[in-house]
Write a protein that binds this ligand. Structure first.
Ligand SMILES: Cc1cc2nc3c(=O)[nH]c(=O)nc-3n(C[C@H](O)[C@H](O)[C@H](O)COP(=O)(O)OP(=O)(O)OC[C@H]3O[C@@H](n4cnc5c(N)ncnc54)[C@H](O)[C@@H]3O)c2cc1C
Length: 422
């Protein structure tokens, strides 16, 4: 490929930070909030205009189940706090069995929360600002400036042009591993099916919303690319896409927006409105080649370095623990990750990447960054027991309770999804 050798003097922003978080999805929000609450100077940089990433901009608006499918809540910590926040503005749907928290009786109804994406995004912005996080919106993190494997700072680009921001610890929660890839860390690029999940508001859906008194019913799913996370309905002629190349992403967006337009060509004007994902819906674009890679078979396995217990969003009973090793890479002392860039493979990656686990790994890596600063260590050398203590003190369950494991570890495998699509 032809290359250009180009040098420039880049202004250095006056403020430097203890912890710089690249990406304002739910994992980034959790990491930045955790850092600021621990008294660290934290900066969150988001390339769009709204926080929440796929969970707002991406038209995803569901905390998938946070319970085991038998009435026991598994996921707490910041996830529970943000789930409560998502119910504060706009509209929210919570199963009645869970409306007031843990039900007194066992129930097969799963604990999940559907919310208004825009209101949740705005609520998180206020929440972060109130907690003392500095924010840069409409600003893209482009390049880490490295001393070998140690990051000195990042070059960002916004309306003021390119600027350099100094920091001590860096958390790549861009979902696409932008910082890690450019820092030379080892990553694994994923493959995505052709999903393009938009929402339609129609005269009929408005009528149903008005009649039921539930504004949430005004939004109907409307697909461009129809594939789900398992690849069902993947159009044969369309290749899987990675989400880490400009041309490929542009082609995906073009294909799907044209497909949606075609679908509405014959629908009378003035009878519908469309809400499309404002970021590409790649589920697994890029993840760290972590020190451990979570896999489906790790269900019911305890890990000494677990930072959170999580549950399977589709299958009743299945419980997992997330090893801290899924979030960092040896040799890199001050760059690590969380959310959908955490190390998982196959269905293990799916279990790990959805909103509730993404928030808990964001919280874990925020705590890990603070601990590293407090003890003069790196992400790859902190005392995991101390990290677990911090998670525990913040209401995160580190290990699942063995009493919840079905007899002989034989989980039912019963499909017990929440309402909606993942
Ligand atoms: C079609 C689809 C349906 C889904 N459905 C569900 C569901 O129903 N429930 C559920 O729990 N999960 C669902 N998921 C998964 C879930 O939404 C995501 O895995 C989760 O939200 C990931 O959060 P994150 O913070 O790790 O990453 P992201 O949400 O991807 O956030 C990354 C953020 O970083 C920003 N960013 C990216 N690059 C840069 C850069 N260079 N500089 C600055 N900012 C940058 C982005 O704008 C974004 O805000 C779904 C995913 C898809 C694709």
């Amino acid at each position: 490929m032809e290359t250009l050798d180009y040098r420039e003097q880049i202004p250095v922003r006056a403020n430097s930070y203890d912890i710089v978080v690249a990406g304002g999805g739910v994992a980034g929000v959790a990491a930045a909030l955790t850092a600021a609450r621990s008294g660290k100077r934290a900066l969150l940089i988001e390339k769009s205009n709204l926080l929440g990433g796929l969970g707002t901009l991406g038209q995803v608006n569901l905390f998938v189940p946070m319970c085991n499918g038998r009435g026991t809540q598994i996921i707490f910590g910041l996830c529970e706090e943000l789930a409560q926040l998502s119910r504060k503005y706009g509209w929210a749907q919570v199963p009645k069995e869970w409306a007031n928290g843990q039900p007194a009786e066992p129930t097969a109804v799963r604990y999940c929360v559907r919310y208004s994406p825009v209101c949740f995004g705005m609520a998180m912005l206020k929440f972060l600002e109130d907690s003392g996080v500095d924010l840069l919106l409409d600003t893209i993190v482009s390049t880490p400036v490295m001393d070998g494997r140690h990051c000195r700072g990042v070059i960002v680009e916004g309306k003021s042009g390119r600027e350099f921001i100094r920091g001590k610890m860096f958390i790549d929660v861009t979902g696409d591993g932008d910082l890690m890839r450019r820092a030379g860390m080892q990553v694994v690029v994923g493959e995505n099916f052709e999903t393009y999940m938009a929402k339609a508001i129609t005269l009929e859906s408005c009528r149903q919303a008005a009649e039921s008194g539930d504004i949430g019913r005004a939004f109907e799913l409307s697909f461009g690319g129809p594939a789900d996370l398992y690849g069902h309905q993947q159009p044969e002629e369309i290749p899987l896409w990675h989400g880490t190349s400009t041309d490929e992403t542009t082609a995906y967006l073009l294909r799907n927006q044209k497909c949606l337009l075609r679908k509405y060509e014959q629908v009378p004007a003035n009878t519908y409105e469309l809400l499309i994902p404002l970021m590409p819906q790649s589920r697994t674009s890029c993840r760290i080649a972590g020190e451990y890679v979570l896999k489906a078979e790790d269900a019911y396995r305890h890990f000494d370095d677990s930072v959170a217990a999580i549950c399977d969003f589709d299958r009743r009973d299945f419980l997992y623990e997330v090893p801290y090793r899924t979030l960092f890479q040896k040799g890199y002392d001050n760059i690590a990750t969380a959310g959908r860039c955490a190390a998982g493979t196959g269905y293990g990656w799916d279990v790990l990447r959805v909103i509730p686990p993404a928030i808990l790994t964001g919280q874990a890596i925020g705590n890990a960054a603070c601990l590293a600063l407090d003890t003069g260590r790196g992400f790859d050398s902190i005392e995991v027991q101390e990290l677990q203590k911090r998670q525990d003190a913040q209401n995160v369950r580190i290990h699942f309770d063995d009493a919840l494991v079905p007899d002989g570890s034989a989980a039912t495998g019963e499909y017990a999804p929440a309402f909606g699509h993942v």
